[in-house]
Design a protein around this ligand. Sequence first.
Ligand SMILES: NC(=O)c1ccc[n+]([C@@H]2O[C@H](COP(=O)([O-])OP(=O)(O)OC[C@H]3O[C@@H](n4cnc5c(N)ncnc54)[C@H](OP(=O)(O)O)[C@@H]3O)[C@@H](O)[C@H]2O)c1
Length: 293
Amino acid sequence: MIDQTAAFAGREIFRIGYGTAQLPRLRDRRTEAVALVRRAVELGVDHIDTSQFYGPDVVNELIHEALHPYPEGLRLVTKVGARRDDQAAWLPALSPAELRQGVEDNLRTLEIERIDLVNLRLHADDHGNGLGDPTAEQLGALADLRAEGKLDLIGISNATLAGVRMAVDLVGTVGEVQNPYSILNRSDDETLAFCEEHGIAYVPYFPLGSAFTGGPKRIAEDPVISRVAEKHGATPSQVALAWLLHRSERILLIPGTSSIAHLEENLGAADVTLDGEDMAALAEVEQAGTPHN
Ligand SMILES: NC(=O)c1ccc[n+]([C@@H]2O[C@H](COP(=O)([O-])OP(=O)(O)OC[C@H]3O[C@@H](n4cnc5c(N)ncnc54)[C@H](OP(=O)(O)O)[C@@H]3O)[C@@H](O)[C@H]2O)c1
């Protein structure tokens, strides 16, 4: 049986949290969106991953409506480094002034004075794709905000291994690395190993493979995953998430969903115990091809 909890941001949390990137799909069904967030917390979620730019500008409001005043012990994590244009396209926003504004916007809309963790969200190109490297100036801007008491921990997202190393060198404690990783995409193994060595939480995004490239469907249709799922009376999604929990004790999950049924299913992954034979079989699952899947 794997550990269902892990140390994160100063306390022991449930290893499956909730990522809110799918909530904007419920923007016209606000009551459902609020109910989904409340259900997550009711079921034991105490780690919510968000951003001001999700929506755009909708998700933090929904979290606030659902949970404020926030339950004791809830860990709220955000990310800065991007903004959206009039058509909701993603644009970089990585200047020190934009990073500061990003943190201030999150504090305002979540109505808190200090946030548990802020990820510096990097990219290699101007469309937000590809792993990127931070600059000393960007890390310095977040370190200043930390010194001012506006955030507890600095994290780094969508970063190369060299970028993660640089963050550790420049800001000391790094609270998490949030990179794409799943049973369909293990291209970030080296960074995961670095996090294990340095005791840094590794929080994979796209944990079911990216929905943009059909990840959840591939997982549902994969014969190896389905065989293991049948053996455990679980679903293929639960096996893919359980694989991550077994892959490393440093991994914390934040699967995103707009559905209460999927939320409940995903949280159930904590009860799926994989054995050595399952892990060996799952190691053979075909990779999705490109690092960003
Ligand atoms: N740092 C970054 O750059 C970055 C980038 C992307 C995401 N994130 C964070 O990481 C979180 C996790 O990513 P994500 O999971 O939202 O990635 P995603 O691949 O964009 O979305 C998850 C997809 O999986 C589906 N899904 C969820 N549970 C399922 C289940 N049990 N069975 C079948 N389909 C299921 C969802 O559809 P339904 O809504 O229908 O369930 C959705 O289409 C995000 O919510 C966000 O907080 C960070």
